[in-house]
Design a protein around this ligand. Sequence first.
Ligand code: SF4
Ligand code: SF4
Length: 339
Amino acid sequence: MLRTGDVLQAWGKILRGERPTLSIEITRECPLRCPGCYAYDDEHLGGGVTLRELHDRRGQELIDGVLEIVDRYKPLHLSLVGGDPLVRYRELELLMPALVARGVFVQVVTSAFRPIPEAWADMDRLNVVVSIDGLQPEHDARRAPATYPRILNNISGQNVTVHCTVTGQMMKRCGYLREFLEFWTGRPEVARVWFSLFTPQVGDVLPEILTAEERRRAVEEMLLLRREFPKLEMPEEMIVQFRTPPASPEDCIFARTTETLSADLKTRITPCQFGGNPDCGACGCAASMGLAAIGAYRLGGVIPVGAIFRASVKIGQWRNGKGGGRPAPPVTAELRVLQ
Ligand code: SF4
Ligand code: SF4
């Protein structure tokens, strides 16, 4: 749930031309080989070099590198992804207390191929997100060695978020999302469940891509299921955004407020965490929809937050010297009402 203080802090950073959220691929390694994985796509880093070819860090060099970046960017929210970040669990065990002590909200996204460190179970400001791609037969086929039995063992005693990327294959079977929720929301280790929809690159032809009808049905089902399964922590305002994803990265609040770095801790991933040339019109990223829902919210029932956001980004860019020598943008009507 968004807190007013966090929103104001994030807004302040945008006005200063900074990005309030940071995502770091802390390792190039992953023991899994999931079909459709965007991180290992040849175009993920823009062509030329791939994630597997980057020089990544380990040990103290990785710990120091991540802390240096966090101290430089001062994000409010930090996502640690990979590869699989738990490949570097020893470094993460040392990093985590230092990160949360800085007041950053940290999210670790993993396949749970190995046990989640015990100390993380009740750590404040930490969210461990476990990616689970469907029911056991499909998941185990796609994501071995992080199979259902292994995940259940590795999250024991924890407090995790389950994240499932819904694919075209899942939507071809009636009641799939309900069965998934019945299994995972019944587990005491699972605090909440989030769904994303598979996001292709422009020009992809893959069985994972949802047809327009499957996408429509996924949205309808999520809207109904969230009432029945309170652990499906996705507000209605967010779910309906899947119907009209941002037209381009410029229209995507998530992409414009998140800095994403790869495993050498230098290479920027653009335009968003998917890298390459993502098909925004078919985007199914839950984070993007969450921020789009905030953008659609109308302050005082009149002014969309998105309009204030766009005006703030312009001001931030101008202050940061990215205004291309243009004069300062005028204080728009949207910002004037907030003065
Ligand atoms: S676990 Fe994640 S990073 Fe590893 S192959 Fe699967 S999707 Fe890619
Ligand atoms: S998160 Fe989705 S909408 Fe935003 S830039 Fe990436 S693909 Fe496009």
